[in-house]
Design a protein around this ligand. Structure first.
Ligand code: ADP
Length: 206
């Protein structure tokens, strides 16, 4: 397969600031695929992911209005690794195919795929030319997610326990965006990375 657009895989732990960083790239006109949003869209009633989730978990996972009960699904998969694998087996092939299809339609010099578990799962790695990790201290991740989602710190830590730790993630990075500071620290770093990615894309290095 020939591909004209250079693909950056943006990852980082929960609450590290992936969305904030992706927004800063989007503000520069860079095309973004958010795989969480895609998973959400693919599992609405009538979409292929809906049938896959229903086949895997049965009607207990539906709300009275017939949509997937996301809270129930999340509790189920975080409590049960087998259930988590089943959900991933159901959804990942669909997400992979849709990401590949959208990447083909990109028109800019490079684009960005936001993949929370890029380093933990093999699925989308083959599509990615370069790995950008958003980094902040783990205590800060807990603080931000508690503030954003109203979860208890222990719940945030339970989610973090299913992800790589900070050291492992940094070891896999080609580039690191340091988001330990204020949100104002993001845009200047994104400008530098944008220049780097334009050069890499122009050089055609994969
Ligand atoms: P992720 O997408 O990695 O889960 P978000 O981009 O949603 O992370 O950021 C998590 C939360 O922390 C959000 O509420 C966001 O507004 C906030 N946030 C992001 N970056 C910073 C920062 N540098 N300082 C303080 N809060 C931040």
């Amino acid at each position: 397969m020939t591909r004209s657009t250079y693909v950056i895989g943006l990852t980082g732990g929960i609450g590290s600031g992936k969305t904030a960083v992706a927004d800063a790239f989007a503000a520069l006109g860079i095309e973004i695929i958010d795989t969480d949003a895609l998973a959400h869209a693919l599992s609405a009633v009538g979409q292929p992911g809906f049938a896959a989730i229903r086949d895997a978990f049965g009607d207990r996972i539906l709300r009275p209005d017939g949509e997937i009960d996301r809270g129930a699904l999340r509790r189920l998969v975080f409590a049960d690794a087998t259930a988590r694998s089943r959900l991933e087996d159901a959804l990942h092939p669909l997400i992979g195919a849709e990401v590949a299809r959208r990447v083909e339609q990109w028109s800019g010099p490079y684009g960005l795929i936001v993949v929370p578990l890029l380093l933990e799962r093999k699925g989308l790695r083959s599509l990615v030319d370069r790995i950008l990790v958003v980094d902040c201290p783990e205590e800060e991740q807990v603080r931000r997610v508690v503030a954003r989602n109203g979860l208890a710190p222990a719940e945030v830590r339970a989610i973090m326990a299913t992800q790589l730790d900070r050291r492992q993630r940094l070891a896999a990075a080609d580039d690191i965006l340091d988001n330990a500071g204020t949100p104002e620290g993001i845009a200047p770093q994104v400008l530098v990375l944008d220049g780097r990615y334009r050069s890499l894309a122009a050089a055609g290095s994969g």
